[in-house]
Design a binder for this molecule. Structure first.
Ligand SMILES: [Zn+2]
Length: 234
């Protein structure tokens, strides 16, 4: 598959459109790899082998029911043609590392990094209380951040050029899933001595907008939005 299939945009999500509108089963067909979040930003989603794993603070990792509706998801079929063994890779040098193999600045990539993580810091949102309405800032500030050491697993994510930075998170956006499928979340930092870096160029990004009236009526301040995307998602 040469495309990334996406429901909604990081811009709409960060502007506060958190309602689950698209059934997971309707986007996941034929796709085995991706990320997103669950309705009301109750959890970070990591899609691997056709299952979505929902990481929520204070709760064990659950698989998302295929009938659940999600507010934002990016998914693809990951069949990387390039796999490289790399050493001493972390969140600060991965772009330079990738650039040794491909010039990424203007293209979309699905990217995975596998192996034993010396250290990885991930975050998970808390589930909203019954009837609680939360802003994106409130959710972001209350997230649980955890660091795990000597843990085997994989980063699952995408590289998006700055040009598309309101559609998808510009640069890398990674979620983590451990080998045991017990630990997952949005990646803040990581460090590996040895890793396998694999990636696949995706020439097409197919975006479906939410259909709801609440989405159509939203006023989005794009200047505020850019700050929000960098603050919350980077
Ligand atoms: Zn994320």
């Amino acid at each position: 598959m040469t495309k990334i299939v996406q429901f909604s945009t990081i811009g709409a999500l960060m502007a506060g459109h958190l309602e689950g509108e698209k059934q997971f089963s309707k986007v996941c067909c034929g796709c085995n790899f991706g990320l997103g979040c669950s309705a009301d930003m109750d959890g970070e989603l990591t899609i691997y082998d056709g299952q979505a794993y929902e990481a929520t603070a204070g709760q064990s990792l659950e698989t998302l029911n295929f009938a659940e509706k999600v507010p934002f998801i990016q998914i693809t079929d990951f069949k990387p043609k390039q796999r490289h063994d790399v050493e001493n890779i972390d969140h600060t040098n991965i772009e330079a590392c990738l650039t040794r193999f491909i010039q990424p600045k203007n293209i979309f990539l699905a990217v995975s990094v596998e192996g034993v993580f010396e250290k990885i810091t991930i975050r998970r949102p808390h589930r909203a209380a019954e009837g609680q309405v939360r802003s994106v800032s409130q959710i972001a500030e209350a997230q649980q951040v955890d660091t795990h050491c000597q843990i085997e697993g994989r980063l699952i994510g995408f590289w998006t050029p700055e040009l598309f930075g309101r559609v998808s998170v510009p640069g890398f956006h990674f979620h983590f899933l451990d080998q045991q499928k017990k630990i997952s979340g949005h990646v803040l930092e990581f460090l590996m001595k040895k890793a396998q870096l694999s990636f696949e160029e995706k020439t097409t990004l197919e975006v479906t907008n939410p259909k709801s009236k609440s989405y159509k009526d939203m006023n989005i301040d794009v200047t505020m939005l850019d700050e929000m995307i960098h603050k919350v998602e980077k």
